[in-house]
Design a protein around this ligand. Structure first.
Ligand code: HEC
Ligand code: HEC
Length: 274
């Protein structure tokens, strides 16, 4: 471990001790927090500020996790449904370091923080009570959905109805967002235009290793890359890497172009139904 990482660890530990002492004082701590939350931080769209003020100490600047909290960008956290995410923040988890924030934060503030967590996870912001339109009975759409989740391997990187990966954009509403031509273009020639926010970066480390992935976050100290399989979010401290480069190429492979015409039609039918 570098001295810097250690230093960060030490700072966190001591901040946590302060926090713990406050928690033991119970009521006092809650009073302090509600006094803070009633101030300048209240309001819609303030999720990031609120997160940085209350959650980052345990969950990390980018949700990568810290000694006293868990990552909010890993698979279990991604699996939480919108309402579950709201509930964990509201009610906490009994017997763990995760306190209930109800009372310290308003419902809107909790909603904003939850939306910001989705943002850290690379997913769309929360929409509550938004039911999907129900399953289709068109056989092409059904076959296309099976391909999407099966052999065409699209679900590793893309989600719809809150299921699937986050390396590529969520495909909910795709049918109304992209016309036929634009959809074909996105599938046949992914690098021709890259969806904003889904660009790739390459990090060259001091030992010469090069890592490629979806660029997630940038701060003064570090850059964060999500691995191509979507499973790992890795934070690289800038002082410890040789170079960080933008890539012109899409992370999306040319799987679609290599499918048979009938498979392509099924997938297109499914994608247009989203
Ligand atoms: C004192 C440290 C601490 C603070 C501060 C804290 N958490 Fe947590 N949080 C935890 C721990 C520990 C867990 C894991 C609980 C468990 O074991 O299930 C957790 C769990 C969670 C989970 C569930 C993750 C999952 O994968 O199930 C969410 C969501 C979460 N916290 C959000 C927040 C938000 C939002 C805030 C700020 C309002 C916050 N936390 C503040 C310690 C903390
Ligand atoms: C390794 C990850 C990965 C896989 C696998 C993958 N994609 Fe993608 N996809 C991406 C990324 C990243 C983008 C955004 C960058 C871009 O525009 O090319 C994207 C973009 C798209 C878009 C454009 C979305 C928009 O909002 O404009 C569509 C449509 C799409 N992918 C469909 C698919 C389908 C269908 C499959 C399976 C045949 C698939 N993708 C497989 C990563 C992937």
């Amino acid at each position: 471990m570098s001295t810097m990482t250690k230093q960060i660890g030490e700072n966190l530990k001591s901040s946590f001790t302060v926090l713990l002492t406050r928690c033991i004082k119970g009521v006092t701590a809650i009073l302090i927090l509600s006094a803070l939350s009633a101030g300048s931080l209240a309001g819609v769209g303030e999720g990031q500020e609120l997160y940085n003020a209350y959650c980052q100490i345990c969950h990390g600047v980018l949700g990568e996790g810290q000694t006293m909290g868990k990552p909010l960008t890993d698979a279990p956290a991604n699996r939480l449904a919108d309402q579950e995410l709201i509930d964990v923040i509201t009610d906490g988890r009994a017997g763990t370091g995760m306190a209930a924030w109800e009372g310290s934060l308003s419902e809107i503030e909790i909603f904003d923080i939850a939306s910001y967590i989705r943002n850290l996870q690379g997913r769309p912001a929360l929409v509550l009570g938004d039911n999907d339109s129900g399953p289709s009975d068109d056989p092409n759409v059904i076959a296309g959905e099976m391909l999407f989740n099966g052999s065409a391997d699209c679900a590793t990187c893309h989600s719809y109805d809150e299921k699937g990966g986050s390396v590529g954009p969520s495909l909910d509403g795709l049918g109304s967002r992209l016309g036929d031509d634009a959809l074909r273009q996105a599938l046949m020639n992914p690098s021709a235009s890259i969806v904003s926010g889904y660009g790739a970066k390459e990090v060259e480390q001091e030992d010469g290793t090069v890592v490629r992935g979806r660029f997630r976050n940038d701060s003064e100290l570090a850059v964060q890359i999500q691995s191509e399989d979507g499973r790992r979010w890795v934070t690289y401290f800038k002082e410890r890497v040789t170079a960080v480069r933008d890539l012109d190429e899409s992370l999306m492979p040319d799987t679609f172009a290599n499918l048979s015409v009938s498979e392509q039609e099924k997938l297109l039918a499914f994608l247009s139904s989203l």
